[in-house]
Design a protein around this ligand. Structure first.
Ligand SMILES: [Ca+2]
Length: 141
């Protein structure tokens, strides 16, 4: 994760009744930051919403329980339910991480009659390569 801070000394201080949720750059002080209330009218404002997760990852033969949402707050938990007839293995929950990604789902929904060892082996290989892909994309971005 990217980490950069340029706060002015003793900032952020949440001075105005704890509602300083916006940031200004103080140009004549080398662009150092101060947290200020969000009702200031200043030019060149950038806005960013809080970090959120999008739709939870797809899991074969399972679906997330509850109503689907576009955005999930950090630390939200989504529980998967295996499709009818499939057997659940491993914990069925994923958590929205602070960087807006979901935990890699551990849950597996085993087909009725499938040989578990064989299938698990195949699945774990595929999952690893997927994870590698998404990591390298993050580097490019
Ligand atoms: Ca302040």
């Amino acid at each position: 994760m990217q980490e950069f801070e340029n706060w002015r000394p003793n900032q952020p201080d949440n001075y105005f009744n704890s509602w300083e949720d916006c940031v200004v750059m103080i140009w004549h002080e080398n662009g150092q930051w101060n947290d200020v209330p969000c009702n200031y009218h200043l030019p060149f404002t950038c806005k960013s919403g809080p970090v959120m997760c999008h739709s939870p990852p797809e899991v074969d033969n399972a679906r997330p329980m509850g109503s689907r949402r576009d955005r999930y707050a950090v630390n939200s938990i989504v529980r998967y339910q295996c499709d009818a007839g499939f057997t659940q293995r491993h914990p069925p929950v994923v958590r929205c991480l602070p960087d807006g990604r979901w935990e890699e789902p551990q849950v597996e929904c085993i087909e009725p009659g499938a040989t578990p060892s064989n299938r698990l082996h195949k699945r774990s290989i595929r999952r690893r390569s997927k994870a590698t892909n998404s990591r390298s994309w993050r580097k490019l971005l």
